[in-house]
Write a protein that binds this ligand. Structure first.
Ligand code: AMP
Length: 429
């Protein structure tokens, strides 16, 4: 197939019914954030490149290798956003939200772009829902976000999501840990690129997925042994709140996050059915971000959930039913004269809040009934010339084949009542 008829490498189209599943999952994530008091924010899909360079960190893979950066016609250096947090913080600082009531609690949803090596669950264009609580270092917010995310996963029916938890300390205690870690890493047998990484950001070496490196890291010093009293207390409070909420976690002393700005609580949500790309979400505290992009010191915590991978996790747990996107009512006009009446009835139904569709292209009865079947509708409105002459149409219950004649003027109310009865019936079963 011609190149221009194929989606670019690492991207994919979402078609119904998967597209409808995607929308539902994304909406549910947002609903849970809203329920916890987070307001919706939408920022541009591109920003000044320098925002990400400073906010995400030059030594990260995201900035060093994965950004879609370009020069605009006006010579601006821009980048398609690889993540959401830096943009949210930029917007907060730009509009002075941090000078108002704190914490500022915001959630977002949208597309993100990273030039990664595509594989199952790793794309160049992907979708995240994120939530950020900015302007407070209260551990309640760390716990609130973690609990909300775990509740989102369980409300989707997912049972195999684990929470990995760690504390990364901050500028008060991390330097001592960093020194101890570097001293340890210097004794290991590492390749040149990894040695470079030890110099730039030793914590991220802990994140190395290669077996021979992992093996050598087993006895690496852990941040937990270096936490200051205040950071230990913060971490203890987060864990105690999680315990009260019935949220379990796996203590993960080697968990670091891919982005540079994280401090104290760090967490990841992983699913065991996804192979190597197992993270369905992650986040943590990033008290250092605001100042690194030129703002004042502002404490903050947040997460981003991967919508695409959450859906893959649902698939792995057999939670995606193969159902077509469906409407409640499907109208089947038999003959050209009936088409306009069918169209009018469908319009009336839609305006009354009923999902309705109709056969088009002047299809015969057989083809039109097939379309009604495919539509997944509970009811079909069969509109034939003879019935119309009497001022009525046939209302057919698809499951039983039962059919009653209904006067035109009563179609909308009868449809609503019948749908209500069939829904009540289903609920009682
Ligand atoms: P991060 O911003 O890297 O912490 O990512 C947060 C979540 O977004 C991850 O846990 C994934 O679920 C998802 N994600 C990140 N990168 C990708 C990608 N390239 N393709 C699909 N999902 C991704």
């Amino acid at each position: 197939m011609a190149e221009n008829l194929r989606a670019p490498k690492g991207t994919f189209d979402l078609l119904p019914p998967q597209g409808d599943v995607f929308l539902r999952v994304r909406e549910l994530m947002g609903q849970y954030a809203q329920r916890a008091g987070y307001g919706y924010i939408e920022t541009p899909t591109f920003e000044d490149t320098s925002l990400f360079v400073r906010g995400v960190g030059e030594s990260t893979d995201v900035v060093a290798k994965e950004m879609y950066s370009f020069t605009s016609k006006g010579d601006d250096q821009l980048t398609l956003r690889p993540e959401g947090t830096a943009s949210v913080m930029r917007a907060i600082l730009e509009h002075g939200l941090h000078k108002g009531a704190l914490p500022v609690k915001l959630w977002y949803s949208g597309s993100f772009y990273r030039y990664e090596r595509p594989q199952a669950g790793r794309y160049r264009h992907f979708s995240q829902v994120g939530a950020e609580a900015v302007g407070s270092d209260d551990p309640t917010l760390d716990a609130e976000l973690i609990i909300t995310a775990m509740d989102i996963f369980s409300s989707l029916g997912l049972q195999r999501v684990s929470l990995l938890l760690n504390s990364l300390g901050d500028h008060t205690d991390r330097p001592a840990y960093r020194d101890a870690l570097v001293a340890f890493l210097d004794t290991l047998d590492l390749d040149e690129a990894t040695r470079e990484r030890v110099k730039l950001n030793p914590l991220r070496v802990l994140d190395d997925k290669r077996a021979d490196v992992k093996e050598q890291l087993v006895n690496a010093p852990v941040m937990a042994d270096f936490l200051s009293e205040a950071n230990q207390e913060h971490y203890d409070t987060v864990r105690s709140l999680l315990r009260t909420a019935g949220v379990e976690w796996i203590e993960s002393p080697h968990l670091v996050r891919g982005l540079d700005y994280y401090t104290r609580t760090a967490f990841e949500f992983v699913h065991d059915g996804l192979g190597s790309q197992s993270a369905v979400g992650g986040g943590g505290r990033y008290d250092g971000l605001a100042s690194s992009i030129g703002g004042p010191d502002i404490a903050a915590v947040g997460w981003a959930l991967g919508v695409d991978r959450t859906i893959l996790a649902m698939q792995a747990e057999g939670l995606l039913k193969e159902s077509a996107s469906s409407v409640d009512v499907f109208a089947v006009p038999i003959g050209a004269e009936c088409a306009a009446v069918a169209f009018d009835l469908v319009t009336q139904l839609r305006r009354a809040g009923v999902s309705a569709d109709l056969a088009v292209d002047g299809r015969g009865l057989k083809g039109a009934m097939k379309a009604a079947d495919r539509s997944g509708a509970t009811l079909a409105l069969v509109i034939g010339e003879r019935d119309l002459a009497d001022g009525s149409v046939q209302l057919k219950t698809m499951e039983t084949g039962e059919q009653v004649s209904v006067p035109l003027a009563q179609v909308v109310s009868d449809v609503i009542n019948t749908l209500k009865l069939s829904k009540d019936g289903r609920n009682q079963q």
